[in-house]
Design a protein around this ligand. Structure first.
Ligand code: GLC
Length: 664
């Protein structure tokens, strides 16, 4: 049951499919406060949700802010990441209630941080509050997901392994990445083009000095079963003679400052303007520009810097230079040094700058901070809508850095600029179910970590988890240690891990498609499957993946195994480094399981089966028809196996589901 309550006149976000009737606020079960809502939580209550954010699967004990933020330094103390996903699920034995606060501005969720038993929600502007009641946590999620609409479905090749790095400078660099993977028999389906492919970081341009043969390169790669996936940034370079900039100025498509002039900010290319992604005409215009790359043989994109990230605004830069100067020749002491030191860092993503520019949304001038969380969503939506016009039958890969609920219908997300830290691997694990609840199924983190230097063991362990995430991409920042699978000594371990991904593809793809088409989750907390098991409900470092299996990744350095909690008897499949699979039965309870580097363990639930393919070096090579079935126990449940051609948009369940049975 879903009920909607309205507070003020909220700005339309486009998050839900159908709003439903407005309800009488007097019936609301949570207390309305001056600036939001408040609810007393039971001791046993677990609070799930908030999609892309820090900390645990259970969000209790911290305070989070929904505000799309570019924060490459995020850690445990962070409150906002790249996406803003205002959905919570309160769950204990008596009740399972979902809350969705639909508003495009900032929302603060104090989930028992100030006071352990209080949930305090602060909403800056008008909102619609949706309350969803169900008889179980999964039923609340499913209702919420049907409210917000079907999740994005990428092409099947996008479930292959992708290699990315900021710093691949030329066509030759790209060819080398592919050659080295193929030579070493490391499976690969895509190579990502970071900002280096553009001419002076200008959207929709190609640097012809370093990529003279771009179209030929794309065609040659296709022959090798490799898809090139270029990046598109949220800001347009200010440069005379650059047609995208000039058209934007002429048509009035850029965001404006207080006085109606184009608002200028600094991003990668230096001075930029933001296309007014909320303005229908401007958004459509920007979306159609992707066609330039489609024509060159591209069939996938990643949208970046669309929180939108601001290095500096023109105005603030001036101000900071002046202020810096005032410190010259001063005796910088405790009173002044830190203020001085903070001046340059205060330039980036400054709140005041987000209050200094305007959109034209549905004919109204709206200050940016009021609609901040929609910028990346709308940029991505307009791109997806352009694809729909330009290539109506083709699935095109699209994922974004910034997001809001509703964007999940148009694209996936990656989890932003993480670091080569073990704690960020764990965060990646914990974020998967939270994102799935909010509709984001096509997602994954930068495997191996984006910032800082990765070590061989970290990359292997991270890939050993990444083989389960729909978006499986190794990405790193310029200047950090190279971390492609062929850069380290133990290539055989990398090969083994990557090959397991390709053996799992039929199951992963099938589970993905069912989750998208049935509004269910692909990654679930154990509590969703074993609600009666009090221990299972507190496990945060193991996940149920699809209906049939459980995973328990290793996320600590130098560990050679880990404690695994089995909520029931299961069969463990150990993928050994020689390619063989060892099967063993494990009884319920806590067990220590050896998991040497390069081996992967998967737990098949009792009475369930896991179909495996032979594998391949790219998705097209995988045989999705002839599968080997591994099962646990007697009376194995028939498996509803989903397959389709992976390219077109005809995904009716009835047509594509086949039943696999195993009598063992
Ligand atoms: C941003 C992106 C990162 C990319 C870099 C350069 O930091 O999040 O993935 O590599 O910009 O484009």
């Amino acid at each position: 049951m879903i009920k909607r309550y309205r507070f003020g006149t909220p700005i339309e976000t486009g998050a839900v499919m159908e709003k439903g009737e407005e309800q009488d606020r007097r019936e609301l079960f949570i207390t309305q406060t001056e600036d939001g809502f408040c609810y007393r939580m039971s001791d046993a209550m677990i609070v799930y949700g908030l999609g892309e954010n820090t900390r645990g699967i259970n969000k209790r004990g911290w305070s989070y802010i929904s505000c799309c933020t570019d924060d490459p330094r995020h850690s445990e103390g962070t409150r906002s990441l790249y996406g803003a996903h205002n959905f919570l699920l309160l769950s204990d034995r008596e009740c399972h209630t979902g809350l969705f606060i639909d508003t495009p501005g900032k929302v603060t969720f104090d989930v028992g941080c100030s006071q352990y038993d209080l949930l305090q929600i602060k909403v800056e502007d008008a909102c619609d509050l949706y309350v969803i009641v169900g008889d179980s946590a999964p039923s609340v999620v499913q209702q919420f997901r049907s409210l917000i609409g079907r999740s994005y479905i990428p092409p099947r090749w996008a479930f292959g392994y992708g290699q990315s790095r900021w710093g691949y400078q030329s066509s030759e660099d790209i060819r080398e990445v592919v050659r080295r993977h193929r030579e070493q028999k490391l499976p690969l389906d895509s190579v990502y083009l970071d900002i280096d492919y553009m001419e002076r970081y200008k959207d929709f341009t190609i640097n012809r000095e370093t990529f003279p043969d771009f179209e030929a390169l794309a065609a040659e790669m296709k022959k090798e079963h490799i898809h090139l996936v270029p990046i598109i940034d949220g800001g347009v370079k200010v440069e005379e003679g650059y047609d995208v900039y000039e058209e934007g100025v002429q048509e009035g498509y850029f965001c404006k400052d207080e006085d109606g002039n184009d608002y200028i900010v600094g991003v990668w290319p230096g001075k930029c303007c933001f296309p007014d992604m909320l303005n229908e005409k401007a958004g459509k215009w920007f979306g159609r520009k992707y066609g330039r790359l489609l024509e060159k043989g591209i069939d996938g994109f990643w949208n970046d810097m669309n929180e939108p990230a601001i290095f500096y605004s023109q105005q603030r830069l001036e101000q900071v230079f002046n202020e810096l100067d005032a410190y010259r020749n001063q005796n910088l002491s405790i009173d002044s040094f830190f203020k001085f030191q903070n001046l340059a860092p205060s330039l980036s993503n400054n709140e005041e700058d987000y209050r200094a520019f305007y959109h034209n949304y549905r004919g109204q001038r709206i200050r940016h901070d009021k609609v901040h969380n929609l910028f990346g969503f709308y940029m991505t939506r307009f791109a997806a809508e352009a694809f729909e016009e330009l290539e109506p039958q083709k699935r095109i890969l699209l994922f974004s850095r910034a997001s809001y609920i509703g964007m999940h219908r148009y694209a996936g997300i990656w989890q932003g600029d993480n670091r080569s830290w073990w704690s960020h691997l764990l965060m990646n694990i914990k974020m998967m179910p939270s994102l799935n609840m909010c509709g984001f199924l096509y997602t994954g983190a930068d495997l191996g970590g984006f910032g800082e230097d990765a070590t061989e063991d970290l990359v292997i362990r991270w890939l050993s988890f990444g083989i389960f995430t729909p978006l499986m991409r190794n990405h790193s920042a310029i200047g950090t240690r190279r971390q492609e699978a062929y850069q380290f000594a133990r290539t055989d371990l990398f090969r083994n891990v990557l090959r397991i991904r390709y053996r799992l593809l039929p199951y992963l793809y099938s589970e993905y498609m069912k989750a998208a088409l049935n509004n269910t989750m692909m990654f679930q907390p154990l509590a969703f499957v074993y609600p009666e098991d009090a221990r299972a409900s507190r496990i945060e470092d193991q996940l149920m993946l699809g209906e049939n299996i459980m995973i328990a990744p290793v996320y600590e350095q130098n560990a050679e195994g880990r404690v695994v909690y089995l909520p029931e008897r299961m069969k463990m499949l150990r993928f050994r480094t020689d390619g063989s699979i060892e099967e063993s039965i494990w009884e319920n309870g806590f067990s220590y399981v050896d998991m040497p580097l390069g081996e992967v363990c998967i737990f098949v639930r009792d009475h369930y089966l896991l179909p495996l393919a032979e594998g391949g070096e790219y998705v097209e090579e995988v045989d999705f028809e002839h599968l080997k079935l591994y099962s646990c126990g007697e009376e194995v449940k028939p498996y509803e196996y989903y397959t389709d051609n992976g390219e077109t948009k005809e995904y009716l369940l009835e047509k594509h589901i086949r039943i696999l049975t195993h009598n063992h």
